[in-house]
Design a protein around this ligand. Structure first.
Ligand code: KIV
Ligand code: ZN
Length: 396
């Protein structure tokens, strides 16, 4: 793989879908997978085949019908899981088995009752088993960021020797801080023998709101795959938001200097589709895909945008699949935006008429959040100064 390309591994249909409120039917999963294919993600994690017959079938259908991306399935380090996963992905043109086991003592002692040695042996055994089915095997040390670093190196070394081609460093509980996580990734590159034979991936959760930041610093320290979800959905506070990671990489090439294969114009369509399928509106101010991401209401911002869009936007709306920037007329708007909107509606007012219309507009905006085109027409009709002109323009 070109080491300058960061692979985008989408886990909306697995980590995202397993979180409360985000479940999808098989048909919806297939439609979402088609959208992810259009988005040109590199890997689609289609589900967890051993979790349920329904999950198995969804992964199998996606593996059979979606061409282009690698199709991955998730499996615990358990023989039956790996076997089920292998059966589910086998018809994909590019199948991947993704297997995982915890490496933190909190998990090993508190949940799985396994010693470190036992966990390492299981990891090696299951990576070898997965490798007997497919060439492309990913291994994740779960809760890696709360694990002893030396033990993580040991496990990674062993699974790479057993054939893992991607090692995915999971910040399962969203505990890592950016500087620390960057150091961890760099230390993995420096301390794991054989690491040059594997792609370093990261999987960051958002419990402290740092999933995107952690993913980006990992890239600066050598990670070349990022696991993420559309709209940042996923367990608890979610996973890194795909749209945020991708746009940061696209907009700040001066810092990251890497390429991504994603067609960014498909980001908003993907976000909207997921939101509709899961009946979960995206927060208005969500980065990149929220309703307000390209909307401006305040007078000073609208004035700047009307003169040069670079004044208050770092990316073009069309780049992420938005129609265009929206200048919302409300109580914070100024005369410039009002004049432009009126002109778009076909009304060219004198300065005096504009002043009077502006006063009435502000009065209404104090009572009503957003002023629509219909409101403007009505203001014009009622404004003494503009009445005749407005009426003749509206009814001509
Ligand atoms: O958060 C996590 O650790 C996971 C693994 C299965 C990669 O989702
Ligand atoms: Zn996860």
């Amino acid at each position: 793989m070109d080491s300058n390309v960061v692979r985008i591994f989408d886990t909306t249909l697995r980590d995202g879908e397993q979180a409360p409120g985000f479940s999808l039917t098989s048909e919806q999963k297939l439609a979402m997978a088609r959208q992810l294919q259009q988005l040109r993600v590199d890997v689609i994690e289609a589900g967890f085949p051993a979790a349920s017959p329904d999950d198995f079938t969804a992964v199998q259908r996606i593996a059979r019908e979606i061409e282009g991306p690698i199709i991955a399935g998730l499996a615990r380090c358990v023989a039956d899981d790996v076997d089920a996963c292998a059966r589910a992905v086998k018809d994909a043109a590019r199948p991947r088995i993704h297997t995982f086991i915890s490496t933190s003592d909190i998990h090993l002692e508190g949940q799985f009752r396994l010693s470190r040695q036992q966990a390492k042996e299981r990891a090696v055994e299951m990576v070898s088993r997965a490798k007997s089915y497919v060439d492309d095997v990913e291994f994740s040390p779960m809760d890696a960021t709360r694990s002893e670093w030396e033990y993580v190196y040991e496990v990674l070394e062993a699974v790479i020797a057993a054939g893992a081609t991607t090692v995915n460093i999971a910040d399962t509980c969203g505990y890592a801080q950016p500087e620390e996580f960057g150091r961890f990734i760099r230390s993995i590159r420096e301390n794991v023998r054989g690491i040059e034979r594997a792609v370093i991936s990261v999987h960051c959760h958002n419990d402290l709101g740092l999933a995107t930041a952690n993913s980006l610093i990992a890239i600066q320290n050598g990670a070349r795959q990022v696991e993420c979800c559309i709209n940042g959905i996923g367990e608890r506070a979610g996973n890194a938001a795909l749209e945020e990671v991708v746009m940061a990489l696209k907009i700040r090439t001066d810092i990251y200097g890497v390429d991504v294969n994603v067609d960014t114009s498909q980001l908003v369509p993907a976000s909207r589709m997921l939101s509709a399928f899961t009946n979960s509106p995206v927060q208005r101010n969500k980065a990149v895909v929220g309703d307000n991401a390209f909307a401006h209401e305040s007078g000073i911002h609208q004035d700047g945008m009307l003169k040069d869009t670079r004044t208050y936007e770092i990316m073009e709306a069309a780049m992420v699949g938005y129609g265009s920037t929206k200048l919302v007329l409300g109580k914070h708007s100024g005369r410039h935006a009002l004049k432009v909107r009126l002109a778009q509606l076909g009304h060219t007012l004198t300065q005096e008429e504009l002043n009077e219309t502006f006063l009435r507009f502000k009065e209404l905006a104090d009572r009503k959040k957003e002023i629509t085109d219909e409101d403007l027409e009505e203001i014009l009709v009622r404004t003494h100064a503009g009445a005749m002109r407005a009426i003749s323009q509206v009814y001509r």
